[in-house]
Structure formats: structure tokens, C-alpha cells
Design a protein around this ligand. Structure first.
Ligand code: SAM
Length: 187
């Protein structure tokens, strides 16, 4: 049994795009109460590694490492990297949502900041061909974010899984086939 309905959103995205490989490494940002983490652990299985981060405390999910803290802080991101060790991530996913202020454009802006933070982090840990999934609140500037994703990934899709309420303004970016930027020798 999943802890949160939102688990079905990642599950539906994974059924369509196969973003979680067996034995894969997953970083789950904004993980509490743990629905996405459950989906990731079930798919990644024993050889996999799942690291879940949230501002809020969450009950342990068997097979996952849970970190309580602000994903936007470098200290927390370094804890995630320490758990990954030498392994690269196959999926960085973010279901992070801001505390809603009731002002749609402010909520949208904050949601895009969370996406940016997850993407900046993803660039430091994703394996070549890795995937990135991030929830955002529609509002306009997601178009720029999508363009940025298109420079880094082979394929970028915008999804609204059936499990996402029709009336909500949330959407999900699904970016597949990460292409790390090659550093030139002079750098
Ligand atoms: N994916 C979760 C699941 O399936 O159970 C649900 C996530 S809930 C929709 C959004 C979560 O994002 C909240 O638990 C919230 O605390 C977390 N969050 C928001 N901003 C965050 C941040 N800066 N760092 C870590 N977590 C954050």
C-alpha cells in the first residue's frame, strides 16, 4: 500500500517512460511521506540505491536512505552525494512543492526555483542517459525551463499523469537521455 496517492503519478510516468531501471540509483527530492520513494525502491530493488530528501521528517522506507533537510542547501546535497559514493544516478526526481501562498504567480515562481535546484543538482550526479522528472506549477516560465532541459537531454516531455487531478495546475517534466556537457581542456 502506498503512503500517498502521488505514488501513482511516478508509477504512471515510469510505466510510460521506464525512468527507474532495476538496480538503479534514484534521488527523490521532496519525498515525504514517501509514496515516490516506495515506487522507486520497488523498481530499483536490492541492487539499487534510493536516497529520499524532505524538509519534513518521514517514516523510514525499507530499502531507502532518508535525509531530513532543505534540498536547496549544499549541506543536504553533499549528504546525498556522500550516500551515492562513486555511483552515478539513473534518475533524479522532484515532487517538491512550495508552501502555497495563495498567489498563483508567486507559487509558480517558487515551484520553478525548486525545479532549478533539482536540475542543478542533477547535473552533478546524473549518469549519461540518466533521467530527470520534476513537478512544476504551470504559470508561463516553465517554457524557459523546458528549453534548458532540451539542451541537456535527448528527449523532453511534459506530462499530466491520470493520477494528477484535472483541476490542478501541476505538470511534470520528464527528461530522458542525459548528455553531460563536455568540459574543454582549457577549463
Ligand atoms: N512525493 C511525495 C510522496 O509521494 O509521498 C509527496 C511530496 S509532497 C507533494 C511535496 C514535498 O516537498 C513536501 O513534503 C515538502 O516538505 C517537500 N519540499 C518542499 N520544498 C522542499 C525543499 N526545499 N527541500 C526538501 N523538500 C521540500
Amino acid at each position: 500500500m502506498y503512503r500517498a496517492r502521488s505514488a501513482f503519478k511516478l508509477s504512471q510516468i515510469d510505466q510510460k517512460y521506464r525512468v527507474i531501471p532495476h538496480g538503479g540509483v534514484v534521488v527523490d527530492c521532496g519525498a515525504a511521506p514517501g509514496g515516490w520513494t516506495q515506487v522507486a525502491v520497488a523498481k530499483a530493488q536490492k541492487k539499487g540505491l534510493v536516497v529520499a530528501v524532505d524538509l519534513l521528517p518521514m517514516d523510514p522506507v525499507s530499502g531507502a536512505h532518508c535525509i531530513k533537510g532543505d534540498f536547496m542547501s549544499l549541506k543536504v546535497q553533499n549528504k546525498v552525494k556522500a550516500l551515492l559514493g562513486r555511483r552515478k544516478a539513473d534518475l533524479v526526481c522532484s515532487d517538491m512543492a512550495p508552501s502555497f501562498m495563495g498567489n498563483h504567480m508567486a507559487d509558480h515562481a517558487r515551484s520553478m526555483e525548486l525545479c532549478e535546484s533539482a536540475l542543478t543538482f542533477a547535473q552533478t550526479v546524473l549518469a549519461t542517459n540518466g533521467c530527470f522528472v520534476a513537478k512544476f506549477l504551470m504559470g508561463g516560465t516553465e517554457v524557459e525551463f523546458r528549453r534548458k532541459l532540451q539542451t541537456m537531454f535527448l528527449k523532453v516531455k511534459q506530462e499530466k499523469p491520470d493520477a494528477s487531478r484535472k483541476q490542478s495546475t501541476e505538470g511534470f517534466f520528464v527528461a530522458l537521455g542525459y548528455r553531460p556537457i563536455k568540459q574543454s581542456k582549457e577549463e
